[in-house]
Design a protein. Structure first.
Length: 144
């Protein structure tokens, strides 16, 4: 099962990247995240933990990091696996296209997503980008 969403937001690509990859600060601005921690630098092979609001703790590993452009993670679970890729593309007018693809595998996990989580997951992706845009605006205002 594949879930894909995208949104174009206002913001500088370097600000978007810095905010989006600061896992420990996700709960400060992202309405979807209750907790986050990373166990090393933001690069492939580093492990991390996040806890979505209303969901279980997720323990994941970064599998790819292409600075200012994309990062990917894998979250293996007993009932399946989530593979997530986040991409950012700088656009004219100080905008950034944000894309997120989530691949859900394992028949139990796919069934749970299909029955219960897909709609909320899509909503959460959009809410995160709206909040990311707001955080970029706050940073910009702090610098002026």
């Amino acid at each position: 099962m594949k879930i894909y969403e995208e949104r174009t937001i206002a913001g500088d690509i370097s600000d978007v990247w810095r905010i989006a990859t600061d896992v420990a600060k996700w709960p400060d601005w992202d309405p979807h995240e209750e907790a986050g921690e990373i166990h090393g630098p933001f690069r492939a092979g580093t492990t991390a933990m996040s806890k979505p609001r209303g969901g279980p703790v997720a323990r994941w590993t970064l599998t790819r990091v292409d600075p200012l452009h994309a990062w990917a993670l894998v979250n293996p679970m007993p009932i399946g696996k989530l593979e997530v890729e986040c991409c950012y593309e700088a656009l004219p007018g100080n905008c950034v296209r944000c894309e997120k693809t989530m691949q859900v595998s394992g028949w139990i996990l796919r069934l749970l997503f299909w029955l219960h989580f897909e709609k909320a997951t899509r909503h959460d992706m959009q809410s995160t980008w709206i909040a990311l845009e707001g955080r970029c605006k706050e940073l910009s205002a702090e610098l002026t």
